[in-house]
Design a protein around this ligand. Structure first.
Ligand code: AMP
Ligand code: ZN
Length: 114
């Protein structure tokens, strides 16, 4: 997907501030952090939304969540805690249509979210 910004990161055309790379996922700092620590975990595969997660590939969801756990540890959030957010389409405010898991922490996070 050459017009997808996250696919361009996977391809190496755009260089994010990378935190973690595996054969299935990539994790990097969000460009507009909403908390002192704010990272994104994405699949290398172009998947537009959570609803498009391939049902025949359960390992991918596992790889994404393991990525979240590792990124939280890398950011020093494991003890203090953190939040993972997945926005899915219009009402959620999803802006980039390549599946991504937000990892937010480093301050007390309000609930419910806005
Ligand atoms: P969402 O609203 O869930 O689609 O979130 C998209 C996220 O991608 C936002 O938090 C943006 O700040 C982030 N983002 C957009 N472009 C970039 C980029 N080039 N590098 C890092 N993060 C980005
Ligand atoms: Zn993409």
């Amino acid at each position: 997907m050459k017009d997808c910004i996250f696919c361009r990161m996977v391809a190496g055309d755009i260089k994010p501030r990378t935190l973690l790379e595996t054969d299935r996922i990539l994790a990097f700092h969000d460009i507009h952090p909403q908390a002192p620590a704010h990272a994104l975990v994405i699949p290398r595969l172009h998947i537009a939304t959570l609803d498009d997660l391939p049902p025949d590939d359960p390992e991918l969801a596992g790889a994404l969540f393991q990525g979240v756990r590792q990124v939280a540890a890398l950011l020093g959030l494991s003890a203090s805690g953190y939040r993972t957010v997945i926005n899915c389409r219009g009402d959620s405010g999803q802006e980039v249509y390549h599946l991504h898991l937000h990892v937010l922490g480093g301050r007390k996070l309000g609930w419910p979210p806005g």
